[in-house]
Design a binder for this molecule. Sequence first.
Ligand SMILES: Nc1nc2c(c(=O)[nH]1)N[C@H]1C(S)=C(S)[C@@H](COP(=O)(O)O)O[C@H]1N2
Ligand SMILES: [Mo]
Length: 205
Amino acid sequence: MRQRKGEDLSRRRFLMGVGLGSTLLGGVALTHTLSPEGPFSLKDDRRRLVAPQDLPVNRTAAQADVTRLVTANDWMLSIVNGTTVRALTRQDLAGLPQHTHTLPIACVEGWTVSAVWEGVRLGDLLDLALVPHGTSLRMHSLQRRGAFAATTMPAHYARDPRTLIALRLNGETLSVDHGYPARIIAPGRPGVMQTKWLNRIEAIV
Ligand SMILES: Nc1nc2c(c(=O)[nH]1)N[C@H]1C(S)=C(S)[C@@H](COP(=O)(O)O)O[C@H]1N2
Ligand SMILES: [Mo]
C-alpha cells in the first residue's frame, strides 16, 4: 500500500514533467499526450508523433499484419445467421442509410478520445440477415492473431441505435489504422471491444 502510494506519486511527478514539456513544445508534444500507450514512450517511434484523423491508434494495420487484406478490393462484410448469410461490399454498405454519432474510444492504456463516426446502424444489418432481437454476436476481424481478433457483443449493444459499422471518422474515410474498410463503434464499451478491420458478424444461435 505504502509503496503503491510512492509509485503513484512519482508517476504523477513524471506526468507533471511531461505536461510542462508539452506546454513548451506546443503542438508536437500535445500529440504525445494523446499517444496510445501514454506519455511513457516519448522516444519510442515516430508513429506516436501523429494521431491520424485526430484519434490515437492502438495498433496499426501493419502491426496487426492486415494491410494487404484490408486494401484488397474483394473485401466484403458477411452477416452470418445460421444458414442465412448476407455479404455486403463497402459500396453496398455506403448505399444503406448512414448515421452519425459522436462516441469515444476508451482505451485501458489510459486515454479516452471522442470522435465523430459515420456508418451503417448495426441493427439494420442484423435485420437484413433476419437476426432476431436478443441475439448476441461474435465480431470477427481480418486480423488472424491476438486477443482482439474476435470479440463478443451482447444483444443489448447490438441493437443500440447508436451502435455503428463505421465507414467514416471525423469527416473522412476511415484510415486503415483506424479499421478500414469497416469497424465497430458502440457506446459504453471498452476500447478493446471496438473491433477494427471487421469482416464477419456472426449471430450466436
Ligand atoms: N482488430 C483489432 N481491433 C481492435 C484492436 C486491435 O488490436 N485489433 N485494438 C482495440 C483497442 S485496445 C482499442 S483502444 C481500439 C483503438 O482504436 P483506434 O486505434 O482506432 O483508436 O481498437 C480496438 N480494436
Ligand atoms: Mo485499448
